[in-house]
Design a protein around this ligand. Structure first.
Ligand code: DX5
Ligand code: ZN
Length: 224
């Protein structure tokens, strides 16, 4: 299994983002949380910031759009060069059309599900997506506790991906630490977002990233 660790810069020093990106250069992708204060009760940054991050980042951008009306706003993030653009199922009007547009623009297309959102309506749409983000906290803030009740849903999506013979990355986001990452790996995740565990943990981010990789490797993958 390929394991991807995507640090979330939501927990980084916003006044020194270029330096912070340099501290996570051993990660796979940098997770960029765009929040609009409508879809979630928090506000971060938008397209102009992402364009600049794209220019200076040593690793590709994994953009997580927690915004209303992604049908209107998401394509510009693909045009900016983001490696992946993930929008929320709860916010999208035409998720398949939007995913196709993102792919046409050269980005990986991702769909995110809040903890309370049923995956069933989206299982037949999996061929349209490159990644599925199963939120393991309510979106909006870093530093929250992992919600283990989301794991059966993750396992169902993992089963559907396998049954369909697809190569869809399964991502978890929220409360991922050395203590919880194995639970998510066991349920089928292969792409792990971690904000506070990377930037607020003991020692430098590179050590935290390595520790997260080790925690996945040490864990038995009983789901598969
Ligand atoms: C929450 C964001 C996450 C956040 C995770 O809405 O989508 O990416 O940064 O932070 P931690 O890892 O601290 O839970
Ligand atoms: Zn996120």
């Amino acid at each position: 299994m390929t394991t991807r660790i995507n640090p979330s810069i939501l927990s980084a020093d916003f006044a020194n983002l270029e330096r912070e990106l340099g501290r996570i250069a051993t990660a796979d992708l940098v997770h960029v949380d765009v929040m609009d204060n409508h879809f979630v009760p928090n506000l971060t940054f938008g397209l102009q910031m992402v364009q600049r991050l794209q220019e200076v980042s040593p690793i590709p951008l994994d953009v997580h759009l927690m915004i209303d009306d992604p049908d209107r706003w998401a394509p510009a993030y693909a045009e900016a060069g983001a490696f992946s653009v993930t929008f929320h199922a709860e916010a999208a009007g035409e998720p398949v059309s939007l995913a196709r547009r993102l792919r046409d623009l050269g980005a990986r297309a991702g769909i995110a599900l809040k903890p309370g959102t049923d995956a069933t309506p989206y299982l037949d749409l999996l061929p349209e997506f490159d990644q599925v983000l199963v939120m393991t906290v309510e979106p909006g803030f870093g530093g929250q506790a992992f919600i283990p009740e989301t794991m059966p849903k993750l396992a169902r999506v993992a089963d559907a991906v396998q049954d369909a013979g697809l190569d869809v990355w399964l991502q978890v986001d929220g409360g991922i630490t050395e203590d919880t990452i194995g639970i998510a790996a066991e349920a089928g995740a292969n792409t792990f977002v971690a904000g506070s565990a990377v930037f607020n943990g003991a020692g430098a981010p590179a050590g935290r990233i390595a520790a997260l990789r080790d925690a996945v490797a040490a864990h038995p993958h009983s789901h598969r």
